[in-house]
Design a protein around this ligand. Sequence first.
Ligand SMILES: [Zn+2]
Ligand SMILES: [Zn+2]
Length: 104
Amino acid sequence: MQAAKLDDALCKAISFIRIDKRPKVCFICIRSPHLIISERIAEYANLGFLSRHFLRKHVSKLKDGQFVDYMDCGVRLKTRKELLIHAERFHGIVSQVPIECPRI
Ligand SMILES: [Zn+2]
Ligand SMILES: [Zn+2]
């Protein structure tokens, strides 16, 4: 594919992720410039696969003192729990890991 077409595909995937409440694209990968575009817009067959990817690649790799800056939502996620809660509330990634309800 040509670069322009890849950019186009990326743009579409990003707008899709914003519109669709249940995207099957990883919202962190899509914003990772170090990944190749086909990895960034990889679509998972179902939310189970997406959750598993999300937990393994992002949540489990987040160490103490690290954080994820997520520009699209203007948030900085500093703990695994914050990452899980944000993913579930805003990106429809429901993990199998029970998340305690934050007291608001
Ligand atoms: Zn990912
Ligand atoms: Zn977000």
